[in-house]
Design a protein around this ligand. Structure first.
Ligand code: IPE
Ligand code: IPE
Ligand code: MG
Length: 236
């Protein structure tokens, strides 16, 4: 197969379609979310096999707080379960866990689990799993702008010092490299407030399948599609 690209260093996934998957089967939406947890395992395994360094998963958006309280509760419970049950797996797979988003909006018990697992996996090196939780890109950009404005007002920096790299360093993604490949499942053609700054030059692959149907082979296919692309970054 002709290959323009190597393996993407960073893959970001908008895990979409859990509710529709469940509806098709006459199940409650939370069953779709539950089934989606298995796809997370598959995505991590596939990325590890390929040697991907960073995998960012959009698990819960700032806007998802507007869903019915029962669904939000079910999603938080599933997140708690993931954090409780995956410790062994993450250690075995040498996965370092990070989180981005308005983490302070999560329930205290979830934050505690998250902190514990981040600390526990901090020295793992094979791959970094970044969970986007209560994440909104506009909120992230506004927060970065506010922190720079605060520093400028205090005389710590001058407005002229603000450039792409200083701005990017104030985003929640800090020194995580930008995604090379953005995958969205369920066929929707939108980015839904995800990593707006960071995906400036990401290659986008849309997968028709709903997230709970996503398997390792689907990730390999997305990466093959990425490898066939010719990235130009505005040059020739
Ligand atoms: C993705 O599936 C999971 C979250 C957004 C939390 P959805 O819940 O959006 O499922 P659909 O898109 O309604 O099918
Ligand atoms: C994006 O999916 C958020 C996550 C996958 C966590 P949504 O289902 O919330 O996005 P929209 O509403 O289809 O744009
Ligand atoms: Mg959706």
């Amino acid at each position: 197969m002709p290959s323009d690209q190597d393996t993407p260093r960073h893959i970001a996934i908008i895990m979409d379609g859990n509710g529709r998957w469940a509806k098709e089967r006459g199940l409650p939406r939370r069953e779709g979310h539950r089934a989606g947890a298995e796809s997370v395992r598959e995505a991590i395994d596939a990325c590890k096999e390929l040697g991907v360094e960073y995998l960012t998963l959009y698990a819960f958006s700032s806007e998802n707080w507007n869903r019915p309280a029962a669904e939000v509760k079910a999603l938080m419970a599933l997140l708690d379960r993931f954090l409780d049950e995956r410790e062994k797996d993450l250690m075995r797979q040498d996965v370092r866990l990070l989180a981005i988003g308005q983490i302070e909006r999560l329930p205290a018990s979830t934050r505690k689990r998250l902190d514990r697992l981040k600390e526990k996996t901090a020295n793992n090196r094979s791959i970094t799993l970044v969970l986007a939780l209560s994440y909104g890109s506009r909120e992230e950009i506004v927060e970065a702008a506010r922190s720079l404005a605060t520093d400028a007002a205090a005389g710590k920096i001058t407005p002229e010092q603000i450039d792409n790299s200083l701005f990017a360093s104030r985003l929640w993604t800090g020194d995580i490299p930008d995604p090379d490949l953005l995958v969205r499942t369920s066929g929707e053609l939108r980015v839904s407030n995800f990593l707006l700054w960071q995906i400036s030059y990401a290659e986008i692959v849309i997968v028709k399948k709903f997230w709970p149907e996503f398997r390792q082979g689907d990730l390999f296919e997305a990466v093959n599609e990425y490898r066939r692309r010719h990235r130009r970054f505005g040059a020739l």
